[in-house]
Design a protein around this ligand. Structure first.
Ligand code: HEC
Ligand code: HEC
Ligand code: HEC
Ligand code: HEC
Ligand code: HEC
Length: 329
């Protein structure tokens, strides 16, 4: 059923792009444009956020049960947690650091620890740590260097929620608070189960793995990303389809869309981390394939819904462009 919906909606999306001048394509993300827009993405958990958001500040009943701040869920200007390496001004502490690591790769690496920016992402995507577990609370809320759950209420689109805070973390199992509604909502559990990366990282692309050229067909780290030919050998239509997605290869780096960045710019301490592929601030509406599903009625159109999975590559993973940027496959 999902497959049928997907192909129907893909057709529709194709028509919409052809017929409307307002739809965004890769060409709207030129070099130098800021990789921003976080306020309108799923990563805005404050009261003005579009999906999971804290108590509405406008309602007296829920006043004090949240914040309109956006950055505070991840960053704070003072009293930061500096333990996570290059993750700047970090305002979170992981409730668990016990992960099943990836282990040995075919290329000969052995991932035995998770660190750095990956732990930062996993401080929400682990399914354990609550979204409102902060070091430096907003305003005069105080500092807790070990992190403290703020006890806030989180709501769904349209203010749907309950007056406790069961929505404050991802549910790893199908039996928890998220499931209480989503089992029967269109899209079912897949809508939300996909967001729980969990504590078992052996079933995810390796993270905290050193980038060693010569393994797994990896390109040289000084390779200029925009110069990589992603259409070689593909069907003749590949360079022109989807707004010329595969004919260009720009990535968000250091906050801006770049056509001069190299693969080294994607690495943190020479390792692949979650943020090698994702920029958590980037509302990337240029990937034609995502969000083409019928249940996305919380924001009206799929164009508004999409964050493009926060992928750094303009055009997302069309033609596996993300994968083939590092792997010469
Ligand atoms: C959901 C978590 C999250 C939120 C919310 C968030 N950030 Fe970040 N931010 C991160 C992570 C993780 C990094 C490190 C990413 C990396 O390795 O590139 C980062 C890095 C940065 C950087 C340095 C790298 C860059 O991309 O420029 C700046 C500046 C920054 N954030 C500013 C902000 C501001 C301002 C806000 C609020 C408007 C904000 N962030 C909201 C997670 C977040
Ligand atoms: C090597 C690149 C890469 C790395 C590293 C990576 N991701 Fe992803 N991630 C992707 C791609 C590509 C997608 C989109 C998959 C799709 O929708 O086809 C994705 C999707 C996701 C999704 C949405 C899941 C879905 O299928 O809808 C989440 C959540 C996510 N990533 C979180 C993370 C976290 C957390 C980390 C670090 C532990 C991480 N990613 C590391 C490439 C990566
Ligand atoms: C009280 C009922 C309820 C609960 C509990 C609930 N949701 Fe929702 N959720 C909704 C409704 C209603 C929508 C809007 C559905 C739509 O627009 O089709 C929604 C939409 C979403 C969406 C948007 C779909 C998408 O992919 O963009 C996500 C993601 C989501 N919920 C995640 C969660 C997570 C994660 C939890 C648990 C932490 C959760 N929800 C708990 C009712 C709920
Ligand atoms: C403060 C908690 C928090 C942190 C930290 C965080 N995320 Fe998320 N992320 C969320 C929530 C909550 C959602 C889903 C929100 C919703 O749909 O309402 C989400 C959604 C996503 C999605 C799906 C977007 C889509 O288009 O459907 C991806 C991918 C993702 N996060 C990756 C990351 C990566 C990578 C990092 C680290 C760089 C990160 N997140 C850090 C809370 C967080
Ligand atoms: C930022 C660079 C980068 C990107 C983008 C990237 N990878 Fe990787 N990939 C790596 C590194 C580094 C390794 C570890 C190689 C090693 O040391 O053996 C790896 C390993 C792998 C492996 C082998 C794992 C093993 O157990 O041997 C596979 C399969 C793989 N990647 C697939 C993908 C896919 C599919 C995508 C796109 C979704 C992708 N990669 C995107 C850097 C990348």
């Amino acid at each position: 059923m999902k497959k049928i919906l997907f192909s129907l909606m893909s057709l529709f999306a194709g028509l919409a792009v052809a017929g409307s001048a307002s739809a965004l394509t890769v060409s709207d993300y030129t070099a130098g444009v800021a990789a921003g827009g976080i306020g309108g993405t799923r990563h805005n958990l404050g009261s003005f956020g579009p999906v999971i958001h804290t108590g509405e500040q406008a309602s007296p009943f829920l006043a004090g049960m949240g914040t309109t701040e956006i950055c505070v869920f991840c960053h704070t200007p003072h009293h930061t947690n500096t333990a996570l390496g290059p993750t700047p001004l970090w305002n979170r502490v992981n409730a668990t650091t016990t992960f099943t690591t990836y282990g040995p790769t075919i290329g000969g690496s052995n991932v035995t620890a998770v660190g750095s920016v990956s732990l930062a992402c996993l401080s929400c995507h682990d399914g354990v740590t609550t979204f409102d577990n902060l070091v430096n609370a907003p305003g005069k809320g105080g500092v807790n260097s070990a992190g403290k759950d703020q006890g806030w209420w989180f709501l769904m689109p349209g203010g749907v929620g309950s007056f406790t805070n069961p929505l404050d973390h991802f549910d790893p199992s199908a039996g928890g608070a998220c499931a209480s509604c989503h089992v029967s909502l269109p899209g079912g559990m897949g809508t939300i189960a996909r967001l729980t990366i969990g504590t078992d990282l052996s079933n995810d692309h390796p993270v905290s793995v050193t980038y060693t050229t010569g393994r797994a067909g990896l390109r040289q780290t000084n390779t200029v990303i925009s110069a990589i030919n992603l259409t070689a050998g593909l069907n003749a239509s590949a360079p022109t389809l989807f707004g010329g997605n595969l004919a260009q290869n720009r990535w968000a780096v250091k906050g801006f869309i770049s056509d001069t960045a190299t693969i080294a710019d994607l690495l943190r301490d020479n390792k692949v981390e979650c943020s090698s592929c994702h920029d958590p601030h980037f509302k990337n509406s240029s990937w034609d394939e995502v969000e083409s599903v019928a249940y996305e009625n919380w924001c009206g159109t799929s164009e508004l819904c999409t964050d493009g999975q926060f992928l750094r590559r303009v055009g997302g993973n069309t033609g596996s462009g993300v994968c083939r940027t590092c792997h010469d496959k």
